[in-house]
Write a protein that binds this ligand. Structure first.
Ligand SMILES: *[C@@H]1O[C@H](CO)[C@@H](O)[C@H](O)[C@H]1NC(C)=O
Ligand SMILES: *[C@@H]1O[C@H](CO)[C@@H](O)[C@H](O)[C@H]1NC(C)=O
Length: 214
C-alpha cells in the first residue's frame, strides 16, 4: 500500500510542477513580461528627401517600429518636431498636422501648416486611395516590425543638400507611452528598388532619428 501512495504523491508532484511550468510560460508570453527584454528595441524615424522643389523639397517620412513586443495602438502615434527656420508644409499625403497654425502671411496658395512645431497624425484606413501613399493610413496603429509612411512638401526650406536644414526636437507619443527621441543624424541616402527590380533610385539626402521607450 505504501508504495502505491508514494507513487500517487509523485504523480501529483509532477502534475503540480507541470501546471506550474505551464503558468510560467503563459506569463512569459504576455507582453508585460517582455518589457525588460524590449529595452533594446527602438522606433526609428527615417526622413528621405526625394526631390527638390522651387522653394524646398518633397520628403517621405517613415516610422519603423523596431520593438519586438510593443504595438502602438489606436488612436495611434503622434509625431512632432521643431523646424530649424521658417519652413512650412505646403501639402501632405497619408497624414495630416493637427493644427494649421498662422498662415496669414500667405496669399493665394495657403500651406497645410505654418506651425513652427507641427504635430503629425496618421489618416484613417478609409482615406480615398488617391490621397494615400504606400504604408500610410492605418489610424496610427503600428505593429512590431511594421512601418508607416507619409509624404510632405516642405517650403521655405533649403533646395540643396548643403542648404536644407534638419528639423530639431523630435517627439513621439503613443497612447499610454512617451518616447524619448535623439537628434537627427545624416545617414547614407536610402536606395529604392523599383517594382520590377529593374532599377535602383536614391534619395537625395536621408537622416534618421532614434526614439526609445521611456
Ligand atoms: C534600432 O533598432 C534597429 C533594429 O533592431 C537596429 O538595427 C538599430 O541598431 C537600433 N538603433 C539604436 C540606436 O538602438
Ligand atoms: C550632397 O550631394 C553631393 C553631390 O551629389 C554628394 O556628394 C554628398 O554626399 C551629398 N551630401 C549629403 C549629406 O547627402
Amino acid at each position: 500500500m505504501e508504495s502505491v501512495f508514494s507513487s500517487i504523491n509523485k504523480f501529483s508532484g509532477f502534475t503540480l510542477l507541470f501546471v506550474f511550468l505551464l503558468s510560467c510560460s503563459s506569463t512569459f508570453t504576455s507582453t508585460e513580461a517582455y518589457d525588460a527584454v524590449d529595452t533594446g528595441g527602438n522606433i526609428t524615424i527615417k526622413w528621405d528627401v526625394m526631390s527638390w522643389t522651387p522653394d524646398g523639397y518633397v520628403g517621405v517620412v517613415t516610422i519603423y517600429n523596431f520593438q519586438k513586443h510593443h504595438q502602438i495602438k489606436a488612436p495611434g502615434w503622434r509625431l512632432g518636431w521643431t523646424w530649424a527656420k521658417k519652413e512650412i508644409i505646403w501639402s501632405m499625403v497619408g497624414s495630416q498636422t493637427t493644427e494649421q497654425g498662422d498662415c496669414s502671411r500667405f496669399k493665394g496658395n495657403i500651406p497645410h501648416s505654418c506651425n513652427k512645431d507641427p504635430t503629425v497624425v496618421d489618416l484613417s484606413p478609409k482615406t480615398p486611395f488617391n490621397q494615400q501613399i504606400s504604408n500610410c493610413c492605418r489610424g496610427g496603429v503600428l505593429k512590431p516590425w511594421d512601418a508607416s509612411s507619409f509624404q510632405l512638401s516642405v517650403g521655405a526650406a533649403g533646395t540643396t543638400n548643403k542648404t536644407v536644414r534638419m528639423p530639431k526636437h523630435f517627439t513621439l507619443n503613443a497612447p499610454g507611452n512617451a518616447y524619448t527621441c535623439g537628434p537627427p543624424q545624416i545617414v547614407q541616402p536610402t536606395k529604392f528598388i523599383t517594382q520590377h527590380k529593374k532599377r535602383v533610385t536614391r534619395a537625395l539626402m536621408t537622416w534618421i532619428v532614434i526614439c526609445k521607450y521611456s
